[in-house]
Design a binder for this molecule. Structure first.
Ligand SMILES: O=C(O)CCC(=O)C(=O)O
Ligand SMILES: [Fe+2]
Length: 175
């Protein structure tokens, strides 16, 4: 799975016109955090949230939706769109540190999970997170007068800030 995340970072780098290892070098050593989300059926989904609106913190996330139950939604142009589970397919989220390293060219995706009135849902998220001391700066080739550098971020501070200032959850890093 980690190989998949590393390969994805290579593809994202190449797509930016950079060397394949550009994002990997900008993020440093990645480690995997696994989170198993279990959403029991909820008789009144309109008053309950599965997972609140947020962006993932690290590099990329590989998300596996186990059951054929729609719950994940992504925010695009102010509208929530469902992401339908596909057997054998992972959902890949660009997370905050790729947004910073790419100087905002890639945007971390705002998403949430809603609950289902009749069925339970399970998802497994593999987050590729950074060392807490890793400092992520925009890759110099992606900085220009038209696209000035966004602020650098120390990963540990970013994760802590969101843990403490929960009102910041779901806000964009670059903006
Ligand atoms: O359950 C889902 O589909 C989303 C879970 C999620 O966004 C997360 O664990 O960060
Ligand atoms: Fe997430």
């Amino acid at each position: 799975m980690k190989k998949l995340a590393e390969r994805l970072l290579e593809c994202l780098s190449i797509n930016l016109g950079l060397a394949p290892d550009a994002l990997k070098n900008a993020l440093g050593e990645l480690h995997q955090d696994l989170l198993i989300n279990h959403y029991p059926p909820c008789p009144n989904p309109s008053v309950a949230v599965g997972a609140n609106k947020h962006t993932d913190l690290g590099g990329v996330t590989c998300l596996w939706q186990l059951d054929d139950v729609v719950g994940l939604q992504v925010l695009k142009d102010g509208e929530w769109y469902p992401v339908h589970p596909k057997p054998g397919a992972y959902i890949i989220n660009v997370a905050d540190m790729v947004e910073v390293a790419s100087n905002g060219i890639y945007r971390s995706i705002q998403h949430r999970a809603v609950v289902n009135p009749a069925k339970r849902r399970i998802s497994i998220a593999a987050f590729y997170d950074l060392h807490p001391d890793a400092i992520v700066k925009p890759i110099p080739e992606l900085v220009s007068p038209e696209r000035p550098a966004c602020p650098s971020v120390r990963f540990g501070d970013h994760a802590m800030k969101l843990a403490i200032e929960t009102d910041k959850v779901g806000k964009k890093v670059v903006d």
